[in-house]
Design a protein around this ligand. Structure first.
Ligand code: SAJ
Length: 455
């Protein structure tokens, strides 16, 4: 809908006086739970958010271009490990949650939360096409009195430079007719201690009224909202959180290579340093950095800074070290086999744990996939064991054979490479039956045993 000329903001002019009638009505609809909530993107962030708003008493419409996801929501079948099927079914039974494949069929919405994926492109540049598509799909249904929250992680400036101009195409005035904020996701897959509700939520509006209304809406689903000055600040908070982790993981990986040269156990060194009750935060080495956040979010900041002609040296270095870890693991595997009088080529190698982190089945950006591909490219026969991953296709094609952990499988392997330390792996069986192990995760009870090697 486009407003008549007299209601449109003067181009480049000062925003007209506050239209508090619009604001007050939206605030009231949020307070009395009559606001209709649209969640765009029903992935590991959107689906829990949709269920949370439904549990808070709102009518929620989930929007996802994946018809299978929408059908699963309609059936009450959860496809996200952290979303309990019973909660989803309860939302459906109370007729508080529906799912459609397009905003065009979502009906009138008061609050829209954009939770779409923001991956990296082929050359590791930000791919915010899903944010753009969601914003453009919003414009036809825009009207005074709507709140648009961007939840998807993106580079600082996305809300102001990309989302806001698209929403202004309707002629509505941001901050007077439509309210816009950035409120990053802090969902940690598999974390049962810090949930959507118990993790403080950063909220930054494009103006104070937008911040106020976004805080009001989000306070219905999280215990603590943390308002910040503006959307760009909120975006920077998010990328700082994950870049902090990535850089420190990179440093831990470099410490592993230092300890290798010193002949000391890097996990013993880090665990001992962690006994310092202040001024130290442990990070641990591994085969690389996987997942949808840590390897991706810093690249968004690197890209933005390149455009502002600033070279992010720490971030670049941490990223380089982490992305080099699969090669380092393959070199360690080659050395361990060599010391046992075997060549990598022709060896039968069993990877234990291919998910990107323990106790989940997500393999996105998992370093284990890079390790497997590199081992295969050097002529090794690679199989994997992972109770959370039923099948595995490597990046450049090729399915990896899945095995069940057994004394036979372990005994038939020339080398076992531990890439993810799931709790439900029988590590005692591994210790008893694996003759040669390369442990990239510092599994307890293994280090120091004959034939058990680490990074
Ligand atoms: N990793 C290491 N060494 C470490 C920690 C992690 O090699 O010391 C590796 C993991 O194996 C994994 C990758 O880094 O491959 C990412 O691990 P992660 O623990 O950061 O797990 P994520 O990607 O699920 O991160 C999420 C993030 N949550 C959000 O972005 C909302 C992150 O902000 C959280 O801090 C993190 O969970 C957490 O604390 O568990």
């Amino acid at each position: 809908m486009t407003l008549p000329a007299e209601r449109r903001a003067p181009v480049g002019g000062v925003v007209p006086a506050d239209n508090s009638g619009v604001r007050d009505r939206l605030v009231q609809r949020i307070r009395d739970r009559t606001a209709r909530i649209g969640i765009v993107g029903l992935g590991y962030v959107g689906l829990p958010t949709a269920v949370a708003y439904a549990e808070a008493g709102f009518t929620v419409v989930g929007v996802d271009t994946d018809a299978n996801r929408c059908a699963a929501v309609t059936r009450g079948d959860s496809y996200i490990e952290d979303v309990i099927a019973a909660d989803l079914r309860r939302a459906r039974e109370k007729d508080r949650l529906t799912a459609v494949t397009s905003l065009a069929t979502a009906g009138d919405l008061d609050v829209i939360d954009i939770c779409v994926h923001t991956p990296l492109g082929e050359t590791r540049e930000p791919d915010i096409s899903a944010i753009r598509a969601a914003a453009e799909a919003l414009v036809p249904g825009q009207r005074p009195g709507q709140l648009v929250v961007l939840t998807s992680t993106s580079y600082p400036g996305t809300t102001e430079e990309v989302l806001r101009p698209i929403l202004e195409r309707s002629g509505l005035v941001i901050g007077r007719d439509v309210f816009v904020a950035f409120a990053p996701e802090r969902i940690d897959p598999g974390n049962t201690r810090f949930t959507l509700r118990t993790t403080p939520k950063i909220v930054g509006g494009v103006d104070p009224t937008s911040t106020e209304i976004a805080c009001l809406a989000l306070a219905t689903i999280v215990d603590t909202v943390v308002p910040v000055s503006d959307a760009t600040t909120a975006e920077m908070v998010k990328v700082l959180e994950n870049t902090f982790r990535m850089v420190n993981i990179g440093f831990a990986n470099e410490v592993a290579m230092i300890c290798r040269r010193l002949g000391v156990d890097v996990w013993e060194v880090i665990e001992s340093a962690a006994t310092k009750p202040y001024g130290f935060m442990p990070f641990y080495p591994g085969p690389g950095v996987g997942g949808h956040c840590i390897p991706v979010d810093p690249s968004y900041l690197q890209w933005k800074m390149r455009n502002l002609e600033y070279r992010t040296r720490f971030i670049d270095l941490g990223d380089d070290v982490n992305r080099g870890m699969p090669d380092y693991v393959v070199q360690r595997a080659t050395d361990v086999l060599n010391d046992a009088g075997k060549s990598l080529r022709g060896s039968r190698i069993l990877l234990i744990g291919v998910a990107y982190k323990p106790n989940i089945g997500d393999v996105r950006e998992s370093p284990a996939l890079h390790v497997a591909a590199k081992l295969r490219s050097k002529g090794a026969e690679v199989r994997y064991v992972d109770p959370h991953v039923d099948s595995l296709v490597l990046h450049h094609g090729g399915r990896l054979s899945r095995a069940d952990l057994s004394p036979t499988e372990l005994g038939a392997s020339d080398l076992v490479v531990i890439t993810t330390q799931h709790d439900d792996i029988d590590w005692g069986m591994v210790r008893q039956h694996a003759a040669l192990v390369l442990d990239t995760r510092g599994v307890r009870g293994g280090r120091g045993r004959a034939g058990w090697h680490t990074l």
